[in-house]
Design a protein around this ligand. Sequence first.
Ligand SMILES: [Cu+2]
Length: 242
Amino acid sequence: MSNAPIRSLVGALILIGLGPTPVESQVRTSGKSVLDAHRIVATSCVEPRSFRRIHIKGGRKFAREGEVFGFEPRVIRAEPCEEVEIVLENTDSVRHALMLPGLSPMFLLEFSGPQTRRFRFVTPDENITLDFHCHVPGHEKMGMFGQLIVGRGGEAVAAVPAEGTATANRLYEGVGIVIAIDSRRSQLVVDHEEIKGFMAAMIMGYKVAPASLLRGLEAGRRVRFTIDADKEVIVKIISSDE
Ligand SMILES: [Cu+2]
């Protein structure tokens, strides 16, 4: 019998049982999902095979429409079993944190800006996609989230082509309820469910092109839409009531 389940159980007990270091108090406050994530990612890489440095900026100026804060870039990539140095530039005066709860040990880099700090971790030796977010309360919902794609990534983003290499636009499907239509600005405000790999569930206004897609829509209508992630423009809308 493998001893992996025992090891992960011990890991969970250590996380719950020890005194309040900053990281462990973070684990407790964010609840079950973080512990679950720790079970998913083993400390499978004994000796890193490569190294890379990734620059990430975080702050108000990277917010997209409808958001308050943001990270740039929002999708980062690394190889399995690679040592990664994150260089985080917090361009705001407020505190931001970059947290990768799926890593073991968990990655957390938190400080007030404007300043830049760096931190290293080693990726697991597998193809997996790990979510990251700002751990300051509320900031994830305000736009500070993204993904680390290790190797070929997990299933959730298998269809997303590599950034910069794709000639085709990255298209995502979303579903939601129409909140408002702003014909003057060719904008649709929609209360949408999570758009996997692109945007958390939220109420948000998106540009629509061509504007004629808005014709016949009204508030309260349930719609299925296609969004061009690079332009952040809705390019297709189907009313699900029809
Ligand atoms: Cu933040």
